[in-house]
Design a protein around this ligand. Structure first.
Ligand code: FRU
Length: 650
C-alpha cells in the first residue's frame, strides 16, 4: 500500500482558508492568473511604499558605469546602503489582499535575523512569513518565495527591515504569483525555519565554522565554535552547552576579540589538579586554548601579517563566564600560521600535551607539520616532536588514546587531522610512533575540522565535525535563513580490529534515543525490485537502521526527499554526496544507519566503519522517501525507521 502525499500548497488552502474550499478551486492549475506586482520600483517615486529612517532609497538597476547590484529587474530597485551601511530604517508596502498562492521577490544583503535585516510579511500585526537577506558582501539579488496559500484573501503588508548598524539589504520585484519563483521558504519562527536542522547544532544566527573547545564538566558538554556576526570585527568563539549531546542552550560569546584580530580554533579542558593555578573557588579551572590570528588575508600565500600566537582563556565558575589569561600568549612559534592547539592531559607522565598545526602560510600545505609540545603548568610549552611535513598534516589536529575492541589493556594512540583522517600508533609522553598508514575516514560530503571532547565521562571519546557547506554553494547555502552551517551529530568513537588492522569506527551517540518517536519496523522480509519499503514514511526527521542481505540484488537505493544514498553490491561501495566509501558485506549482510534532519543526511556503514555526511536543500514540499532494490530481490533482515522529535533549542 502506498500513501499518497498531497503537496501542502494544494492541501492547506482547503483546510485553512477562511473562506473554505472555494478559494482552492480558484487556485486550480488550469486557472493560473497573471502576476500582480506589489513593488517593482521602476518609477522615480517609491510611493505607494513608505519608508521610515534614512536607509532606504531607490536606485537605478542599470546606472551608467555599472550596477551595484546584479540581477535586478526593470529600471530600479531599493537598497538600504545608499548613505553607508550604518543607516537604518524600514521600507513598508501598502496594505494589499493576498490573491495568489505565492509571493516572490528578489533580495540581496547580509545574513541576519529577518527582524533586524530581512523581509517580513505582516498580517494583523503579526509576522507570518519572513526571509533573511542573503550573505555578507554579496551583491547578487536572489529569488525568494513565500507560500501564502493558507493566507488567502488576508490583508497583509510587506516590511523590509534594516535595523542593523553594520549591514544592508537590497530588494526588488515583489509580485503575487501562482508560480513559485523558487522553493518556498519561511524564517518567521526561530529554530523552526524551513531549512533549520532540528537535532544538529546550528548557531541562532550568522556564520559558524569549526567546533572548538570541546570538553565535559559536571553534567554539561561544552561546545564552542568559530563565529562571525554582523558588525563584529573578527572571528570569535561562540558557546553552547548540553546535558545530553542532543539539545543545546546557546550562551553568550565566550572569547570575544578586542581588536581586528580573530580567535581561531582550539580546544578546551578541565584543569583538575589546578596546574595552571587559576582556580579560585569550588569549581576546577576550565581552560580553552585558541589561536590569536592578527588581521590579514586568510588565504593568501604572500600574507606578511603578524604571526599567529597561541592563547588561553579560562573560567572559574564552571563555564558560565570566561576571561582571557593575562599572560597571553602562552606560546609563540616561528611560523606565521601555526594554529588550532589541541591540549590534553597525559596521565602516565602527569604532563600536559599540545598538538599544534605548524604552517608558514595558508597556501603551502605540503610544508605543514604537526608539532607536539609539553607543559607542566599549561603556561609554558616546549616542542618535543614534529610530525611531517609530507602533505598530510593539515589544520585542526586531535590526539587521543582508545582501547582496541574495548580492551582496557590494549590501547592505541591516534593522531587525527582536520578531515578526520587518522594515524594509529603509540605515544609515551615523548614521541608519537605511527603504526598504521595514513587512514582515510572521510569520503566526501561535509565533515571537517573534527574535534573530540576532553574529559568525557566513562572514558567516552565523542567527536563532532563541522558540516561545512563550502564556498561553492554560497550564497545559496541555507537560502533565506538567518544562520549558516550545522555541526554533525556527535559520534562515539571506537577502535576495532579489522583485517586491515585497528580502524576507527564512528557511530551516532546513543543519546539520540531520547528523540525516538513513532517507529516503523520490518523483520525478515523480502524486498523485490519495484517495491518501496518507505512508501508510508513522510517524516522530515528520521533515524533509519537497516540490516540487509543483498543476495542477488545489484543495488540498494535510498532516496530521502531527493537526496540519494546507493549501495552497490558488485564493488561493495556506499555512495552518497558524490563520494564512494568501501563497505564490505559481513556474512553476506550490510548494515546502514541514516540520520535525516531537514537539510542533512548522515550515513553510517557497518556500525560506523565508514560514514558520509552531507548537507542538502530539499524542496520543502517534497516528503517522498524510498528504499528500493535493483536487479533482484534482497532480504531485509531488520529495518527500523524511527521518527525523531525536535531537540530542545534555546
Ligand atoms: C579550519 C580553519 C582552522 C582555523 C579556522 C579559522 O576550518 O581554517 O585552521 O583555525 O578554520 O576559522
Amino acid at each position: 500500500m502506498r500513501a499518497t502525499f498531497l503537496r501542502p500548497a494544494l492541501l492547506l488552502p482547503i483546510l485553512l482558508s477562511p473562506i473554505g474550499p472555494l478559494s482552492a478551486i480558484g487556485w486550480a492549475e488550469e486557472s493560473r492568473q497573471p502576476d500582480v506586482v506589489i513593488g517593482g520600483f521602476d518609477t522615480p517615486s517609491l510611493a505607494p511604499w513608505s519608508v521610515t529612517g534614512d536607509a532606504f532609497r531607490r536606485l537605478p538597476s542599470h546606472p551608467p558605469g555599472g550596477a551595484r547590484y546584479e540581477n535586478g529587474q526593470g529600471s530600479g530597485l531599493v537598497a538600504s546602503d545608499q548613505s553607508g551601511p550604518t543607516t537604518t530604517g524600514t521600507l513598508v508596502s501598502p496594505r494589499f489582499t493576498t490573491e495568489r498562492k505565492f509571493i516572490n521577490f528578489l533580495v540581496a544583503g547580509e545574513r541576519n535575523l529577518p527582524g533586524t535585516l530581512g523581509v517580513e510579511l505582516v498580517a494583523d500585526g503579526r509576522v507570518v512569513r519572513s526571509s533573511s537577506a542573503t550573505e555578507a558582501g554579496d551583491r547578487v539579488l536572489y529569488q525568494r518565495t513565500w507560500d501564502v496559500a493558507d493566507l488567502a484573501d488576508r490583508e497583509v503588508q510587506i516590511r523590509v527591515n534594516d535595523r542593523s548598524a553594520s549591514g544592508s539589504i537590497a530588494v526588488d520585484q515583489f509580485v503575487q504569483s501562482d508560480d513559485p519563483g523558487a522553493a518556498a521558504i519561511d524564517a518567521s519562527r526561530l529554530f523552526d525555519e524551513t531549512f533549520r536542522p532540528q537535532f544538529h547544532y546550528t548557531p541562532r544566527a550568522y556564520w559558524m565554522n569549526d567546533p572548538n573547545g570541546l570538553f565535559y564538566y559536571r553534567g554539561r558538554w561544552h561546545l564552542f565554535h568559530q563565529h562571525r556576526y554582523p558588525g563584529g570585527s573578527g572571528t570569535v568563539w561562540a558557546h553552547a552547552v548540553s546535558t545530553d549531546l542532543v539539545g543545546w542552550t546557546r550562551l553568550d560569546v565566550a572569547v570575544p576579540t578586542d581588536t581586528e584580530d580573530s580567535n581561531f580554533s582550539g580546544s578546551g579542558l578541565v584543569d583538575w589538579a589546578n596546574a595552571s593555578g587559576l582556580k579560585t573557588g569550588p569549581d576546577a579551572a576550565l581552560l580553552v586554548f585558541y589561536t590569536l590570528r592578527p588581521p590579514g588575508p586568510v588565504e593568501a600565500a604572500a600574507d606578511d601579517s603578524a604571526p599567529c600566537t597561541q592563547c588561553m582563556a579560562y573560567s572559574t565558575d564552571g563555564g558560565d563566564h570566561w576571561q582571557k589569561f593575562a599572560g597571553n600568549p602562552v606560546l609563540r612559534t616561528p611560523d606565521r600560521r601555526d594554529r588550532d592547539p589541541k591540549v590534553f592531559y597525559y596521565e602516565p607522565g602527569r604532563v600536559w600535551i599540545m598538538v599544534l598545526s605548524l604552517s608558514a602560510n595558508n597556501a603551502d600545505r605540503k610544508a605543514a607539520r604537526y608539532g607536539i609540545f609539553r607543559s607542566a603548568d599549561l603556561r609554558s610549552w616546549e616542542l618535543i616532536q614534529s610530525l611531517g611535513p609530507d602533505g598530510w598534516f593539515w589544520e585542526c589536529p586531535d590526539m587521543f588514546e582508545l582501547p582496541v575492541d574495548g580492551d582496557p589493556h590494549r590501547r592505541k594512540w591516534l593522531v587525527v587531522k582536520g578531515s578526520g583522517d587518522y594515524i594509529v600508533g603509540t605515544f609515551d609522553g615523548n614521541a608519537f610512533r605511527p603504526e598504521s598508514d595514513r587512514t582515510k575516514s572521510r569520503w566526501g560530503g561535509n565533515y571537517y575540522a573534527t574535534q573530540t571532547f576532553n574529559d568525557a565521562p566513562g572514558g567516552r571519546r565523542v567527536q563532532i565535525g563541522w558540516m561545512n557547506t563550502g564556498k561553492a554553494k554560497r550564497p545559496n547555502s541555507y537560502p533565506g535563513m538567518p544562520f549558516n552551517q550545522q555541526m554533525s551529530f556527535p559520534r562515539e568513537l571506537t577502535l576495532r580490529t579489522t583485517p586491515d588492522g585497528p580502524r576507527l569506527f564512528r557511530y551516532p551517540v546513543a543519546e539520540i534515543e531520547k528523540l525516538w518517536g513513532r517507529t516503523h519496523e520490518w523483520k525478515e522480509q523480502t524486498l523485490k525490485p519495484g517495491e518501496n519499503a518507505l512508501a508510508d514514511v513522510h517524516y522530515e526527521l528520521l533515524d533509519i537502521d537497516l540490516e540487509i542481505r543483498m543476495r542477488d540484488a545489484r543495488q540498494l537505493r535510498i532516496d530521502l526527499r531527493g537526496e540519494k544514498t546507493v549501495y552497490d553490491a558488485a564493488d561493495g561501495k556506499l555512495r552518497a554526496f558524490g563520494a564512494a566509501a568501501p563497505l564490505p558485506a559481513v556474512d553476506g549482510r550490510v548494515r546502514l544507519r541514516l540520520l535525516l534532519d531537514r537539510t542533512s543526511v548522515e550515513v553510517f556503514g557497518n556500525d560506523g566503519q565508514c560514514d558520509l555526511s552531507g548537507v542538502f536543500y530539499p524542496n520543502p514540499s517534497n516528503r517522498r522517501m524510498s528504499l528500493t532494490v535493483e536487479g533482484d530481490a534482497a532480504e531485509i533482515v531488520r529495518l527500523s525507521v524511527r521518527e525523531l522529535r525536535r531537540a530542545r533549542s534555546l
